[in-house]
Ligand binder design. Structure first.
Ligand code: SAH
Ligand code: SF4
Ligand code: F3S
Length: 440
């Protein structure tokens, strides 16, 4: 049987899209290659959120040249966000002539017809759809590889145009799937035995605005899904603070199967920077939202994305970000140095010295690590329900899974535990990791 390899970069959206690619390849009769085993079809599902994501993908595509020499029949496809940038499709083909297929973010389904064409006649395809609102494809087959967890797209694209971000340019405008399509897929996943379903969108809080005009939104969708019977958990990401409303907090509080875990990217703690970023909220608005979450969901794990070195960021702005981290006490934070993205408004603003940005990110990481460690201590000697997901990648004879609040726990166990909800007493913590033992 012929084999395929998919190399995925970027966010959960891409990870999930790779499951769609795997679905297409399975339908075409290919089988997943193990690790670095030679493959007949190689697909790069790329990301361009920051310069390093792009460079990593470019480097790996370049490295394939030798493998392609050994196996000239190998089919190479590059898809995903990187290809949607201005002129990127052709540039990729010119730089890497051995690439057979280049597709954008909204026409992945074409792989189904292009791969057999390449196999039959070595045809080459560059096909990037630049429509702002490409139609949502409801006829997808997935090959899910995520075990007990399943991803579920509720919407595509983004309307927010944060001044640093490339996503709206490469993913188009917001397109929500209908509530019927989402609910049907959710039910199917529950029937198939998935124990945790994560709803995906760049800004899930604006779900439905495009098709229901405010008549039906994310809080209602979440409530409707939470009412579906069965022992499973629901997570969602990402929430934009400007659209995160109180109704949503009430729904999360009311339904025990909705995880008490909210990813609420703040980006910066400085009002001046938030304005320049076009984020549409202020520091105090964000802190009010956090206070409302803490009041109704005292055990909620709150995580965030933070950026340093955005144009015009001065030491005082950075100190505001540090102060935000101290005030909110995030259970975890993804920290980034601002990276110039061509074609975005911030690319034309005066840039911060990279050495200054580097110093800031180190200080930020240090502060967040300390907080994560302190919060981990609070888990010790308490019992939590953990959904066991897999064998521990680091500890022999152990399995791992997450608490409702999203914290990773490692505990002794075997195959029989995977996919089960286990009560685990935490007996030790080490920075972000928690260790424990099951209890009856
Ligand atoms: N839609 C989500 C996430 C988008 S990308 C949201 O609105 O939060 C994930 C994170 O990457 C962002 O939250 C931001 O922190 C970071 N990011 C986006 N563009 C970036 C850039 N040009 N440089 C550095 N980090 C960036
Ligand atoms: Fe990018 Fe902002 Fe949209 Fe998130 S909300 S994807 S950061 S433009
Ligand atoms: Fe990257 Fe595209 Fe996601 S740019 S972060 S893969 S939406």
């Amino acid at each position: 049987m012929q084999k395929y390899r998919i190399i995925t970069y970027g966010c959960q959206m891409n990870v999930h899209e790779s499951e769609k690619i795997a679905g297409i390849l399975t339908k075409l009769g290919y089988m997943q290659a193990n690790g670095d085993e030679p493959a007949d079809v190689v697909v790069f599902n790329t990301c361009c959120i920051r310069d390093n994501a792009e460079r990593k993908a470019m480097g790996h595509i370049g490295m394939l040249k030798t493998e392609k020499k050994k196996n000239p029949d190998m089919i190479v496809a590059v898809v995903g966000c990187m290809t949607q940038q201005d002129g990127a499709g052709r540039a990729l083909r010119e730089k890497f002539p051995f690439v057979d297929i280049v597709l954008g973010t909204s026409n992945l389904a074409l792989l189904e017809s292009y791969i057999p064409s390449v196999a039959a006649s070595r045809a080459k395809f560059v096909d990037i759809n630049t429509e702002e609102k490409p139609a949502v494809n409801e006829n997808e087959t997935f090959f899910r590889t995520s075990g007990t967890n399943a991803w579920l797209n509720i919407m595509y694209g983004c309307n927010n145009f944060c001044t640093y971000c490339i996503v709206p340019y490469v993913r188009g405008r917001e397109r929500s799937r209908t509530k019927e399509a989402v609910t049907d897929e959710f039910r199917r996943l529950v029937d198939e035995g998935y124990k945790e379903i994560t709803l995906l969108g760049q800004n899930v809080n604006s779900y439905g605005n495009d098709i229901y005009g405010g008549e039906y939104g994310f809080a209602q969708l979440l409530e409707d899904l939470a009412k579906i019977d069965g022992k499973h958990r629901i997570r969602f990401m990402t929430s934009h603070p400007k659209d995160f409303n109180r109704r949503l907090i009430d729904v999360i509080a009311e339904y025990p199967n909705i995880c008490n875990n909210i990813h609420l990217p703040v980006q910066s703690g400085s009002d001046k920077i938030l304005k320049l970023m076009n984020r549409h909220y202020t520091r105090s608005y964000y802190l009010d939202t956090i206070a409302a979450i803490r009041e109704k969901l005292p055990d909620c794990g709150i995580t965030t994305d933070l950026m340093v070195g955005f144009p015009y960021e001065e030491e005082s702005d950075f100190l505001d970000t540090l102060d935000m981290v101290e005030k909110v006490r995030y259970s975890n934070a993804f920290t980034f140095v601002y990276s110039v993205r061509k074609g975005t408004p911030a690319a034309k603003m005066p840039q911060v010295d990279p050495l200054v940005a580097k110093d800031r990110i180190m200080r930020l990481i240090e502060a967040q690590n300390r907080i994560t460690k302190e919060l981990s201590k609070e888990y010790e000697n308490k019992v939590f329900e953990v959904l066991c997901e897999d064998f521990s990648p680091t500890k022999k004879g152990c399995v791992c899974g997450r608490t409702d609040s999203g914290r990773l726990v490692t505990f002794p166990g075997g195959k029989e535990s995977i996919g089960q909800f286990c009560n685990v007493r935490i007996n030790r913590s080490q920075s972000a990791s928690l260790f424990g033992e099951t209890e009856e």
